[in-house]
Design a binder for this molecule. Structure first.
Ligand code: NAP
Length: 249
């Protein structure tokens, strides 16, 4: 009930899926939480059901100035930061022969540039001994046709996390990454695919997972709690697959 008592946590992409489930769990564990998202109405909607010490901040992570404002608003309200969870992301599929520059820019700006600039803005405000967590993906371990640009963004994010972890070691800031497998969240409905295609992708993913099913956001949130809590005080610089065994078995 109090693994994160009085810790200040910022979560991007917190109005939906993995980010929202994690925000709920962090609040339950006593954290002060900054929920960030790019749609005010979505933030207002989720705020209605939350209890605890939290604020919402509207910020489009693809915009450099929004990342700076997010960190400023968070620190103005709560002071120093203990936990930074860079989780916002998009996964629009595009076969390689259909990739456009605007598709590339959109996915890289959201999934790579945003988290990197947020970290830069946050670093001076993160307490020594704090923790930074990224949401990558098992696309780092396994090929999924049509997701080349998305996979490239997650590979870039994981590479950045590795260097960041080394750069902040003198401050005892732990940097870790979660690589989810297929998790049942609204992200699939945002891919612009017809329902029958989505259904078939869903069945195909589930059949490939050794545990035979999609994961739940709460199962990623449980890992996101573990990695930022003192239970993981000696875990640093790792990428943990939470994927029902899909990437390994
Ligand atoms: P989700 O429910 O769609 O949540 C993604 C969140 O990121 C949403 O709140 C979304 O806002 C937000 N977001 C997207 N672009 C943004 C932007 N430019 N600025 C600010 N917020 C933005 O999907 P999810 O599955 O929980 O995804 C969370 C993370 O897990 C992502 O990084 C994703 O790549 C990763 N992941 C997911 C799976 C999976 O199977 N679900 C697997 C591997 C990795 P909107 O609600 O406005 O779109």
């Amino acid at each position: 009930m109090s693994k994160l008592r009085n810790k200040v946590a910022i979560i991007t992409g917190a109005n939906s899926g993995i980010g929202l489930a994690t925000a709920k769990l962090y609040l339950k564990e006593g954290a002060k939480v900054v929920l960030s998202g790019r749609r005010q109405e979505a933030l207002d909607e989720v705020a209605k059901d939350l209890t605890g010490d939290f604020i919402t901040v509207l910020a489009d992570v693809a915009k450099p100035e929004d990342n700076v404002r997010l960190i400023n608003e968070a620190t103005n309200h709560f002071g120093k930061i203990d936990i930074l969870f860079l989780n916002a992301g998009i996964a629009p599929p595009t076969p390689t022969n259909e990739i456009t520059e605007s598709h590339y820019d959109e996915v890289f700006n959201t999934n790579v540039k945003g988290p990197i600039l947020a970290v830069k803005a946050a670093l001076p405000h993160i307490n020594d001994g704090g923790t930074i967590l990224f949401t990558s993906s098992i696309v780092n371990q396994k090929a999924f046709d049509g997701f080349g640009v998305y996979s490239a963004t997650k590979g870039a994010l994981s590479a950045f996390a590795r260097v960041l972890g080394s750069e902040v070691k003198s401050r005892k800031i732990r940097v870790n990454t979660i690589a989810p497998g297929p998790i049942e969240t609204p992200i699939y409905g945002k891919m612009g695919l017809p329902q029958d295609v989505l259904d078939s992708i869903g069945e195909d993913f589930a059949a490939q997972v050794p545990l035979g099913r999609f994961g739940a956001s709460e199962e990623i949130a449980a890992t996101a709690l573990f990695l930022v809590s003192d239970d993981a005080s000696y875990i640093n610089g790792v990428e943990i697959e939470v994927d029902g065994g899909l990437s390994q078995l």
